[in-house]
Each structure stands twice: as C-alpha cells, then as structure tokens.
Design a protein around this ligand. Sequence first.
Ligand SMILES: NC(=O)c1ccc[n+]([C@@H]2O[C@H](COP(=O)([O-])OP(=O)(O)OC[C@H]3O[C@@H](n4cnc5c(N)ncnc54)[C@H](OP(=O)(O)O)[C@@H]3O)[C@@H](O)[C@H]2O)c1
Length: 327
Amino acid sequence: MQQRALGNTKLTVSELGFGCMGLTSYYGAPADEDEAIRLIRRAVDLGVTFFDTAEAYGPYTNEKLVGRALKGRRDSVVIATKFAWEWSADGERHLNSRPDHIFKVVDESLSRLGTDYIDLYYQHRLDPQVPIEETVGALTELIKQGKILHIGLSEVGPNTIRRAHAVHPITALQTEYSLWERGPEAEILPTVRELGIGFVAYSPLGRGFLTGEIKNVQALDANDFRRSDPRFQGENLDRNLKLVEQVEQLARKKGVTPGQIALAWLLHKGNDIVPIPGTKRVKYLEENIAATNIELSAEEVAQLEATVGKPVGARYAEGGLRTISRD
Ligand SMILES: NC(=O)c1ccc[n+]([C@@H]2O[C@H](COP(=O)([O-])OP(=O)(O)OC[C@H]3O[C@@H](n4cnc5c(N)ncnc54)[C@H](OP(=O)(O)O)[C@@H]3O)[C@@H](O)[C@H]2O)c1
C-alpha cells in the first residue's frame, strides 16, 4: 500500500488506516477477542501501518485489545490514541483536558497499549473549561519526555486549530469526513492545508451507511449507537437511502462495491487525507484495502458530488453534537 505523510510533519502512514473502535464499542456486541486480534494482524500483513484507538472506546478495552494485537509488531506500525474524558464511579463522564489529568492518563494509555510511546496522541474533544494553549503545553511536555511523538486534535474548528498550532505544530486533525459528511470542506480543510496539518477522515463509510448494507436499523443490535443516530431514523433513513443509490449506481458501473467508491472518493480528495475505516470482518478489511487501487475520473468525482447531495439529519444526537467545537 502507498504511504501518505500527515501534513508537513515526518509522520508517514499507510494511505488507508484502520479504525479499531467498532471492535469493542458503539456498533453492537464486541468482536470475539481472538478474531479481532487476527483481524488487526491481517491488516498489518496487508500493509496497514496506522491504527486508531482511544481511551474512551470501551472505555479502556479497545486500547488493551490493540496493544495485544500489535505486540511484536510495534516497530512497524503507528499507534494513534486519544484522551479527553474522565469517568466517575457511576460511569458518567465529563471532559477533562487539564495538564495534571493528561499527565496521569497518558501513562494509563501507555500501559494498556503495552508500549513506551504513543505515535500520535489526540485530544478527542475540546474541553471548554481549559484553554487549548494549556492542553497543548502539556502535550509538548509529553513530547519532551518521549511519551508521545506527535499531537493531534479531533472535532475542533479553525480558530482552535490555529491557537493550538501556535503553541506546538499539530500533526493531524481527525474529523468526520465522507461522501455524506462534507462539512470540513468549507473552513477546516483549507485551514489544515494552510498550516501543513494532516487530515484523518473518521467514519469514512458513513458509519457503514455508504456501503449500502444498512437498509433499516431494526437489523442492528439493540445497543448499536446508530439506532439513535438522527441520520438512521425513520423518514431520514428512507431519504438518505436515495443518496446511497447514487453511490451504488456508480459502483455497479465500475464493477466495485459502494463502500469502495466511498473510500476511493476520499482518497481522491487530496493526498493529505487518510481515511480510517473500521470493520469486524476480514472480508470487508480486504475489500476496503482494495479500494486504494480504484481510479475515479474527474467526471466521476464530480458526478458523485453532484448527485449524492446532502443527507437528512444531524450527524450526532444532541449530546454528541454538544461536544463538537466549530470555533
Ligand atoms: N475522533 C472521533 O470522534 C471518532 C468518532 C468515530 C470514529 N472514529 C474513528 O474512526 C474509525 C472509523 O469510523 P467508524 O467505525 O465510525 O465508521 P466507518 O468506518 O465509516 O464504518 C464502520 C461500519 O462499516 C461497516 N463496514 C466496514 N467496511 C465495510 C464493507 N467493506 N462493506 C460493508 N460494510 C462495511 C462495518 O461493519 P462491521 O463492523 O460489521 O464489519 C461498521 O459497521 C473508528 O473505528 C474510530 O477509530 C473517531
């Protein structure tokens, strides 16, 4: 697989990364652990070098899984993880990006991952109580200590990106971006491009929707996050399925799958963009990796953009939207 550099920094990763979240969290029952480990190792064997996890996935269990799966392969992969939350005994969580908290949780992440350095450490969500300069100051200290190599941000807007980057170069911004979530194109992508920051596109398959495999939420597990995602609800879902039909049409014409079209589209949007699709299945992993070889003409890209159109419904329910900063 080809490599892509994240922004102007020296962090180079496979052009398609692997999002590990769904292996333990949000999308129904966790995967069988042995199978999940085999899947991650298969990804490495197929050339994936960029693995995305977070303290919040589980919480904690995802980092442990990733640590176990990548044992013995540490030197050939880039591990990205994230902090942001603090959990109380009753399981409730609140944002905490104060330096003392970061200094504590980085050690816990390192221990769960079974490593002595994190390649890319993201702030998962902005803490409105803590100036970003203070948070990045703490992360800079962690770089000096060798505990992390690069700093990332997630779901923040241009002003925060600029303020953070002024304290220490930011390597990557991770934000939702796909054929049905094009919000970053207006201000966020131009900002990171101007500053030489890489862009990591999460939920590149629209949480699975763009593959055409999800036609109703009743088929999903009772605790699947998408059952409360506004875009997957009732009439919204019916209308959004019309968007997927456009992707399916082009896929049929090219003899590929709709999910592959969604990934190929992102890969064609700039070589500073790295999508990180996730799956529990080897078959899908292989299919997603094969999307890196699909060529889309300028006409096909334009046609997709013109016909897929805007989805109906917010991309998170109320609580989730509140944690997203566009400042
Ligand atoms: N920074 C953040 O706030 C944030 C938020 C969300 C996600 N992320 C990161 O981004 C990663 C990817 O995002 P995501 O998992 O939300 O969404 P995604 O990659 O857009 O979609 C994952 C879903 O698509 C399905 N799928 C994958 N490949 C497929 C294929 N070839 N054909 C049919 N279905 C396929 C998976 O099914 P199966 O699982 O059943 O195989 C899963 O349900 C996460 O793992 C996480 O690391 C970050």
